[in-house]
Design a protein around this ligand. Structure first.
Ligand SMILES: *[C@@H]1O[C@H](CO)[C@@H](O)[C@H](O)[C@H]1NC(C)=O
Ligand SMILES: *[C@@H]1O[C@H](CO)[C@@H](O)[C@H](O)[C@H]1NC(C)=O
Ligand SMILES: *[C@@H]1O[C@H](CO)[C@@H](O)[C@H](O)[C@H]1NC(C)=O
Ligand SMILES: *[C@@H]1O[C@H](CO)[C@@H](O)[C@H](O)[C@H]1NC(C)=O
Ligand SMILES: *[C@@H]1O[C@H](CO)[C@@H](O)[C@H](O)[C@H]1NC(C)=O
Ligand SMILES: *[C@@H]1O[C@H](CO)[C@@H](O)[C@H](O)[C@H]1NC(C)=O
Ligand SMILES: *[C@@H]1O[C@H](CO)[C@@H](O)[C@H](O)[C@H]1NC(C)=O
Ligand SMILES: *[C@@H]1O[C@H](CO)[C@@H](O)[C@H](O)[C@H]1NC(C)=O
Ligand SMILES: *[C@@H]1O[C@H](CO)[C@@H](O)[C@H](O)[C@H]1NC(C)=O
Ligand SMILES: *[C@@H]1O[C@H](CO)[C@@H](O)[C@H](O)[C@H]1NC(C)=O
Ligand SMILES: *[C@@H]1O[C@H](CO)[C@@H](O)[C@H](O)[C@H]1NC(C)=O
Length: 403
């Protein structure tokens, strides 16, 4: 399978090869000083605190435990995560635009533990989401069976709407979102089924061409699907960060693909999708040293503010505002912080990408390269493509035009 035809699209929107990635002087806390042992102890304590104080654990919570095991090549949480997915059945949702998140959670676990219940749940989620995702046939006919709205052919100066997913199941709602890159990419990687690969590519193209994720501010959060629409329905807001995060997590999996959102801590509220997307990418990324430092610095900033400002020392409880102040325990907020702790903890350690420069010439290029996870399928596998990722990564991470 080849991803080469994706690259020209991506490269059009990226910075020039060889451009430098300079960590902005406005970023503080770009260096994590804790030892690996201390980082892992902090993560384990935060997770233990969640088990102690939390109720109604969801797939998001279990998926970050799997990600921790992935980065550590461990099975510390295997029994708990496996037990959760063994007893979880797909419920559906009237929010078709973000239901894929549950499938992504399942696939994060599947890539580590290889349990078929996880894969089966993810496939059910994908099938459901698919019925609300625009295909080329939908564009040709101007209709989609699950909706009463007319489907337009193009947006944003000619880009096709194929790959956009309707936000709500409500038949009249025209709002399109771009949340499916990661789920489709994970399924393509795990199964080799080209249906998922095509879907991942459609979703990625939608994110780049219609949502314009590589532009300053990472584009828009949503648009209208109808023939006279294409307007920015929601305006600026955190939903933009969610689909940008899923986009990046997808890119971490797909060979020769793209990346990243700009640092956005302005509101101080944590976004676990962004840190997971960037962290997943950092885990497999090879490229110029300055790019790795740039991405690692982003993760370090999140890590440092969480461990200093968002918690009372010794409490193991983390607030949803990562710039503080500390707040009482809440499972959702704690889970978001654990995503940032787990992804940040990889920076500059041998268990994760430690910033070793490589432009991708060392791999075999046969699709079976292994990353630090020990899972041959979890790598961004084509070495030749890795050399092209760098410039694309920078376009999304450094959305600021002044950079
Ligand atoms: C990061 O912290 C370590 C330990 O304090 C220090 O040796 C190193 O110089 C720091 N690096 C940067 C880039 O600040
Ligand atoms: C989705 O369904 C729930 C009940 O399951 C309801 O409370 C909620 O208002 C619905 N949301 C939308 C946007 O329709
Ligand atoms: C790896 O991916 C291939 C398809 O590309 C699939 O057949 C195989 O089962 C996967 N292996 C694992 C361990 O997931
Ligand atoms: C590939 O995935 C699609 C979507 O889930 C499914 O309909 C199809 O049967 C799968 N193909 C194979 C060969 O498993
Ligand atoms: C298209 O969607 C926009 C935004 O939702 C709405 O204002 C407009 O009336 C819709 N047009 C048609 C023809 O449905
Ligand atoms: C990682 O380590 C390198 C070498 O010590 C250092 O230059 C860099 O600033 C550190 N931080 C990141 C985020 O890579
Ligand atoms: C997260 O923390 C904020 C601030 O303490 C709180 O208002 C909120 O209810 C918590 N839970 C969620 C799900 O945001
Ligand atoms: C960084 O990674 C390289 C290659 O995997 C390894 O040789 C080196 O020892 C690592 N450095 C550190 C400080 O972990
Ligand atoms: C990148 O690859 C080229 C060959 O394509 C090689 O000459 C160069 O030394 C490599 N640079 C690094 C930093 O590995
Ligand atoms: C990857 O490795 C597996 C088993 O070792 C092999 O069957 C498969 O053909 C390889 N894939 C590629 C693309 O070389
Ligand atoms: C991961 O762990 C397994 C089992 O402990 C081990 O065989 C393998 O070498 C490890 N992989 C890496 C990359 O450390």
């Amino acid at each position: 399978m080849s991803f080469l035809h994706w690259l020209p699209v991506l490269l059009l929107t990226s910075r020039a090869v060889g451009a430098e990635y300079v960590v902005p002087s406005t970023w503080s806390g770009t260096n994590i000083t804790a030892s690996n042992e201390d980082r892992q102890a902090i993560i384990e304590a935060a997770i233990q605190e969640a088990f102690t104080l939390g109720t109604s654990f969801n797939a998001d919570f279990y998926s970050v435990l799997a990600v921790s095991d992935l980065y550590n090549n461990a099975t510390t949480y295997k029994n708990q995560v496996t037990a959760y997915f063994a007893t979880t059945t797909f419920q559906g949702s009237n929010m078709s635009g973000i239901i894929s998140n549950e499938g992504v959670d399942a696939m994060r676990a599947y890539q580590v533990y290889q349990d078929s219940a996880m894969l089966n749940l993810a496939i059910q989620v994908w099938e459901y989401s698919r019925s609300y995702t625009i295909s080329s046939a939908n564009v040709a006919s101007g209709t989609i069976p699950t909706k009463s709205v007319n489907v337009g052919k193009t947006c944003s100066g000619g880009a096709t709407l194929v790959g956009g997913v309707f936000w709500l199941t409500d038949v009249d709602d025209p709002t399109l979102y771009g949340a499916n890159t990661a789920l489709s990419a994970y399924l393509a990687q795990a199964t080799g089924n080209t249906t998922y690969l095509s879907a991942a590519m459609d979703s990625g193209a939608f994110m780049i061409d219609v949502i314009q994720v590589t532009s300053p501010g990472n584009g828009v959060a949503s648009i209208s699907a109808n023939a006279s629409g294409c307007g920015d329905i929601w305006g600026a807001g955190s939903f933009r960060l969610d689909h940008t995060g899923w986009f990046m997590e997808g890119l971490a999996i797909l060979p020769g693909s793209t990346t990243l959102g700009q640092q956005n801590t302005g509101e101080g509220v944590g976004d676990s999708t962004i840190v997971q997307g960037i962290g997943a990418l950092y885990h497999v990324l090879q490229g110029p040293a300055d790019l790795l430092t740039y991405v690692g610095s982003f993760l370090s900033v999140q890590y440092n503010t969480i461990t200093s400002a968002a918690t009372t020392p010794g409490s193991n409880v983390y607030a949803n505002s990562w710039i503080g102040p500390p707040a009482p325990f809440d499972l959702t907020n704690q889970t978001q912080a654990v995503f940032a702790l787990v992804n940040g903890a990889q920076v500059n350690l041998s268990s994760g990408n430690n910033g070793t420069a490589s432009n991708g010439t060392s791999g075999s290029g046969n699709g079976n390269n292994s990353d630090n996870s020990g899972n041959p399928n979890s790598s961004n596998s084509d070495a030749q493509h890795k050399s092209l990722i760098g410039p694309i990564v920078g376009a999304v991470v450094s959305g600021e035009p002044t950079h």
